[in-house]
Structures are given as structure tokens and as C-alpha cells.
Write a protein that binds this ligand. Structure first.
Ligand code: NI
Length: 167
């Protein structure tokens, strides 16, 4: 397994739309494992392939305290949604920025695992928000793009400052 480089907002590659996975082969399994390892190392609760510049519909999430509940979702599709959530979210591509954006409180998702087995998952709360956040990445959308223009300008200024400090 390898730890992959995570793209940082406002990198234009974060806006590419991911293609559905059509072949469940060894490289796909490796991608899923690498995504998980990269997420755990960061550490984060979710990661989409888009964030490591691989534009395929693959996401990994683990919102458990013990970091032992990895879920890999290939070609995820939300088939039911309900309620409204206001859980604050962050993103490994937008370090240090946290805010709330409109999300459903509960979602039912249909997806495939890395072996090509389909399943449905019912999620609520943080897991539901995390899945919606990661699925947005597959569409090329980063959570800060839900915020007002003023807030987005502030986010970009803060990130630019972080980069200067780390340079
Ligand atoms: Ni994110």
C-alpha cells in the first residue's frame, strides 16, 4: 500500500468529474487500499479518489472512534435521503477550514465494494454527512463551494497564508 498525495483546494484537478468504475480488477483494489491508508494517515474520516487525482468513482469512509469501520464505496448512488443535518465538516483538501453546509440527515446509498459486490447502506448523522461530502468530490465539488462568496474569499486567503508559512 502507499500513501498518496492529497490535492489542495483550489487545485483545478479537484473539479474534474469522476467516471464510473466498470472493471473490478487488482488495480481498483489497490486504489481502495491506498485511499484507506492515506485517509488513516492524514488522519481523516473520508477520502475520495478525486482528491488524489484519480478520477474514478471510489470513496472510503471511517467515522468510528476506533478507526476500525472502513467502508469502501464504488459508484455510490444516493437512492433515498431525508431530514437536514448541520454537522460541521472539514476536508483534507481544505485543511483547517470547518463549516456547515446543507446535507441530508439520513441517506440510503447503493454502491459496490472493491470486489464488485453490490450492497445498500443506510447512514445517518456524521456517516451520512461524510458520504455526501465524499460523493460531492466525485462530482468535482468541494464543500467550501456551498459557502457565500465572502466566506470562499476568506478561505482562499487563509489557505494561501498557510502555504506561505509552510514554504
Ligand atoms: Ni473533502
Amino acid at each position: 500500500m502507499s500513501i498518496l498525495n492529497i490535492l489542495r483546494y483550489p487545485d483545478a484537478r479537484l473539479h474534474k468529474v469522476a467516471a464510473p468504475v466498470t472493471v473490478f480488477d487488482a488495480p481498483l483494489k489497490k486504489l481502495a487500499l491506498d485511499l484507506a491508508e492515506t485517509m488513516y494517515a492524514a488522519p481523516g474520516v473520508g477520502l475520495a479518489a478525486s482528491q488524489v487525482d484519480v478520477h474514478k468513482q471510489v470513496i472510503v469512509v471511517d467515522v468510528s472512534e476506533r478507526r476500525d469501520s472502513l467502508i469502501t464505496l464504488v459508484n455510490p448512488e444516493i437512492i433515498e435521503r431525508s431530514g437536514e443535518s448541520d454537522i460541521e465538516e472539514g476536508c483534507l483538501s481544505v485543511p483547517g477550514i470547518y463549516d456547515t453546509v446543507p446535507r441530508a440527515e439520513r441517506v440510503k446509498v447503493r454502491a459496490w465494494d472493491a470486489n464488485g459486490n453490490s450492497f445498500t447502506l443506510e447512514a445517518q448523522g456524521l456517516l451520512a454527512v461524510c458520504i455526501q461530502h465524499e460523493m460531492d468530490h466525485l462530482k468535482g465539488k468541494v464543500f467550501v463551494e456551498y459557502l457565500s462568496q465572502l466566506k470562499q474569499t476568506r478561505v482562499r486567503a487563509r489557505l494561501a497564508k498557510q502555504l506561505r508559512k509552510s514554504a
